[in-house]
Write a protein that binds this ligand. Structure first.
Ligand SMILES: Nc1ncnc2c1ncn2[C@@H]1O[C@H](COP(=O)(O)OP(=O)(O)OP(=O)(O)O)[C@@H](O)[C@H]1O
Ligand SMILES: [Mg+2]
Length: 317
């Protein structure tokens, strides 16, 4: 598991469980669907899976499905022959052919338009694709990794994503936990990112006082590890070789976070914790428009934990 341990910093159980599943799946050829909020490390994990797989010597090709221009999706993915359409002046290989023998990483896979979803499903089932303008299909052997920062199951329920494709991709799901659900990893991440960034910028790393680290651990990190990395970069540049104090942090981090750790005052007569929990879950689901991932985020839970509790309390949704 060397790549996972070297590349993905974190010891929190919420992350470790997911990395363990990813490492087991990496050794096989099954598709892996990586879900998680923006900045939680989905790209980094996809690369680590590729490097840990028997395809490590072959290409890793990342495609951002959200940025494929409408009308060109098919030709960019599967290629085209010269003259296939106006403007096709030469033969062009697609991302699929470029990833031959290696891994094709379909980032933001939920953004693929409907017809492209159907073609991807066909490719996954037959391993054959048809470049535009080519008479016979060609066989391409590769492993598909996919990522989404949207709740794909909810997209399926809403009719935005094909259920059959979802099942094909979701053989081994990996849910990257948000940083606020693994706050214990923040000091190690700050260390790692600071060393990495100080090498890159050729600057002496700053030191973080215990009070500063504690503020970082209290913050909710909506942008997850990417937001933490950006802050480490800023602080490296501004406080190279010096100690960072809480007063040096941006305003939203300077004071202990009331919002991220709300304190409910227990009424003198006590509460019925079960019905309070069930009520809060229903409120979160309503506020999130039924999106379970978003509702889980509102409650500071993982999606799996929320699903468990929805079942436990028999909540209709
Ligand atoms: N566990 C980790 N250890 C070290 N660095 C990490 C870790 N997780 C994320 N990072 C770093 O945080 C940044 C964001 O990670 P990444 O791009 O993989 O996130 P993402 O989930 O793909 O985000 P998005 O949904 O916006 O594409 C990168 O610089 C990455 O190297
Ligand atoms: Mg990404």
């Amino acid at each position: 598991m060397s790549c996972f341990e070297n590349l993905m910093i974190g010891q929190a159980p919420a992350l470790k469980t997911q990395l363990r599943a990813a490492a087991l799946a990496a050794a096989t050829d099954v598709p892996i669907l990586i879900e998680g909020e923006s900045g939680t490390g989905k790209d980094l994990l996809a690369q680590a899976i590729h490097r840990e797989s028997r395809r490590a010597g072959a290409p890793f090709v990342a495609v951002n499905c959200a940025s494929l221009p409408d009308g060109l999706v098919e030709s960019l993915l599967y290629g085209h022959r010269r003259g296939a359409f106006t403007g096709a002046v030469s033969d062009q290989t697609g991302y699929v052919q470029q990833a031959r023998g290696g891994s094709l990483f379909l980032d933001e896979v939920g953004e693929l338009p409907g017809p492209a979803q159907a073609k991807l499903l066909r490719f996954l089932e037959t391993r054959e694709c048809l470049p535009l303008g080519q008479a016979a299909p060609e066989r391409v052997e590769l492993r598909v990794l996919a990522a989404s920062n949207r709740d794909l199951a909810a997209d399926v329920a809403a009719g935005r994503f094909r259920q059959d494709l979802f099942y094909r991709l979701n053989v081994v799901p990996v849910q990257m936990p948000p940083l606020r659900e693994r706050r214990e990893d923040i000091p190690a991440l700050v260390d790692y990112l600071t060393v990495q960034l100080s090498r890159q910028h050729e600057l002496a790393p700053p030191r973080y006082s215990a009070a500063t680290l504690s503020r970082l651990q209290d913050y909710a990190w909506p942008g997850n590890v990417r937001e933490l990395r950006n802050l480490c970069e800023r602080l490296l540049i501004l406080f190279s070789g010096r100690e960072v104090q809480p007063s040096n942090l941006p305003a939203e981090l300077r004071t202990p976070q009331a919002a991220s750790r709300p304190g409910f005052a227990l009424p003198a007569g006590g509460v019925d914790l079960g019905s309070l929990e069930s009520d809060l879950i229903q409120q979160a689901l309503a506020q999130a428009g039924g999106n379970r991932s978003r509702a889980a985020r509102l409650l500071g839970l993982t999606r799996d934990t929320l699903l468990y509790r929805i079942k436990k309390w028999g909540i209709e949704c």
